[in-house]
Design a protein around this ligand. Structure first.
Ligand code: NAP
Ligand code: MG
Length: 498
């Protein structure tokens, strides 16, 4: 087999080895014989070098005209489009989701980069009349400085692009730590920036573990903002690490999203949505449809339809044609999902309707494949109702009526995404208003975000910020209110002039 390529950190415009001299392997979860690449196992000294480079580069990058920053982003988007197929293949190899989905992930980064390129000529503030004659008021955005980014493996290029592009267009510089399972996708993104003329030090990439790279990145006083996507447990640590210095802290975390299927729903449509929402990306999406709340009148019919289709899903290597679901990201993630299958079987009253184990035999033995798994008669209070599983498992939850469906939907520690299938416009709008999440869909599953819409969630999913769209500009900038007095006199504001 070909010797795997060695990938380096990107610091101050150079690809460099970690000073530790240590590396780690990036393995294909669909075929563990396939080593995708060798990456740097960095530590706090590498992080220190990257932050120093970013702090130095910030001095000139913040003064670089924003439209010109946008032009670089525009060229990066074009390059990502040109290299889309290669980038997507790399991504399927490194994290397993099927090629159609990794193409979607890359496309999301392209869309986001084009969108933020436009902000180079917008980044609008406000102008407003003053209380006084011959005085002018405006608000302008100012960048924060060095922004630290810590990203997960399930959307390995889309999520880094959601964070990097708004930060950069506003004049911030970046140090990014990719997830250990997916550094190659971030290398591919950073290469596009390098090749399209981003000045040295403006973006820096340091690979390595959460504790040795993520930890020093979030605690360094020179970092003005930490943007994180990942689990709620790590997000809480990041929030605590940012609080002593009151750093901007942006957290996008877990989910336990539901689809409500009412008795008047188009069941065929709800079936397609539920399958896609539950088993797309092997259920490893923060927005995965992991709770299906189904009206009792259609419960038996719908679960039967769903089980039949779930059993027929083609699971395998995402690079092969016709495969609908790839592997779990890793052995430990697979084991955690298998453990939840056992927990589900032991829940009093829950019924295993299909799946429930690992897929073995032939090529399956080389990867971390789990069966599409559905539990029936799931109720609030059960662990599989409450906890994020992040794998190929979904729950069917019978409800008596619409009000109970809303109650169960909100009976959740997380608040990322929810949806309803119904033909009744009154119910659709009521659910839209009453389900407390950051994202809501009608007659579509809980997945399918678009980059020009704010992305994020309530409760334990987030800390009040939003990714993508113009809302993400709030994370990476501070407002400055500016008053210009051209009266030539010492005018007092209304509050000082009573
Ligand atoms: P994770 O374990 O929290 O890891 C996320 C990132 O944090 C990785 O880069 C990880 O590095 C790093 N990290 C781990 N421990 C750290 C520490 N002590 N200090 C600093 N950084 C640390 O999450 P994951 O398993 O990769 O991703 C799955 C989770 O992400 C799920 O809960 C999912 O819902 C959530 N997610 C949320 C969204 C959203 O937008 N709401 C989107 C996608 C995923 P290593 O890779 O080196 O461990
Ligand atoms: Mg990998």
């Amino acid at each position: 087999m070909k010797k795997p390529k060695v990938y380096k950190n990107f610091i101050n415009g150079e690809w460099v080895k970690s000073h530790t001299g240590e590396t780690f392997q990036n393995i294909n979860p669909a075929n563990t014989d396939d080593v995708v690449g060798i990456f740097q196992q960095s530590d706090d000294q590498d992080v220190d070098a990257a932050i120093s480079a970013a702090a130095e580069a910030y001095k000139s990058w913040r003064l670089y005209p924003a439209p010109k920053r946008g032009e670089i982003l525009y060229r990066v988007a074009q390059r990502l489009l040109k290299d889309k197929e290669e980038i997507s293949r790399d991504m399927t190899r490194e994290m397993g989701k099927v090629l159609a989905e990794t193409r979607g992930d890359t496309q999301e980064a392209i869309d986001m980069t084009y969108y933020m390129a436009g902000e180079g000529r917008r980044s609008f503030g406000q102008t407003t009349p003053s209380e006084m004659t011959n005085k002018f008021c405006m608000s302008i955005r100012q960048p924060l400085g060095v922004c630290g980014m810590i990203t997960p493996w399930n959307f390995p290029i889309a999520i880094p692009s959601w964070k990097m592009t708004p930060a950069l267009v506003l004049g911030n510089t970046v140090v990014i730590k990719p997830a250990t399972y997916t550094p190659l996708s971030v290398v591919n993104l950073v290469k596009a920036f390098e090749e399209e003329g981003l000045p040295p030090g403006v973006v820096n990439l340091v690979s390595g573990s959460g504790s040795s790279v993520g930890q020093p990145l979030m605690t360094d006083k020179r970092v003005g903002c930490v943007s994180f996507t990942g689990s709620t447990d790590i997000g809480r640590k990041i929030s605590e690490a940012c609080s002593p210095d009151f750093k901007h802290c942006h957290l996008e975390m877990g989910g336990k999203n539901c689809i409500i299927i009412m008795d008047d729903a188009d069941l065929d449509l709800a079936l397609e949505g539920s399958l896609w929402g539950a088993f797309g990306t092997t259920g490893q999406r923060c927005t995965a449809s992991s709770r299906l709340i189904i009206h009792k009148k259609v419960y038996n019919k719908f679960t039967k339809m769903l089980v039949e289709r779930a059993k027929a899903l083609k699971v395998g290597n995402g690079l092969e044609d016709g495969i609908e679901m790839g592997p779990a990201i890793s052995e430990s993630q697979m084991n955690s999902v298998l453990e939840y299958m056992r927990i589900g079987e032991k829940e009093d009253g829950a019924k295993l309707l299909c799946g429930g184990g690992r897929l073995t035999g032939g090529a399956y033995d080389k990867g971390w494949f789990t069966q599409p798994t559905i539990f029936g008669d799931v109720e609030p209070g059960m662990r599989i109702f409450k906890e994020e599983i992040f794998g190929s498992v979904t729950d069917c939850i019978p409800v008596n009526d619409f009000d109970q469906a809303i109650e169960f939907a909100n009976d959740c520690a997380y608040g990322l995404s929810a949806s309803i299938y119904t033909q009744d416009v009154n119910r659709a709008f009521t659910a839209m208003r009453d389900v407390y999440t950051g994202i809501f869909y009608v007659n579509a599953p809980t997945i399918g975000a678009e980059t020009h819409m704010p992305f994020g969630g309530t409760k334990h999913t987030g800390n009040g910020h939003r990714e993508a769209c113009t809302q993400s500009l709030e994370v990476f900038s501070e407002w400055k209110s500016v008053y210009i007095d051209f009266s030539g006199t010492n005018q007092r504001a209304q509050i000082d002039n009573q």
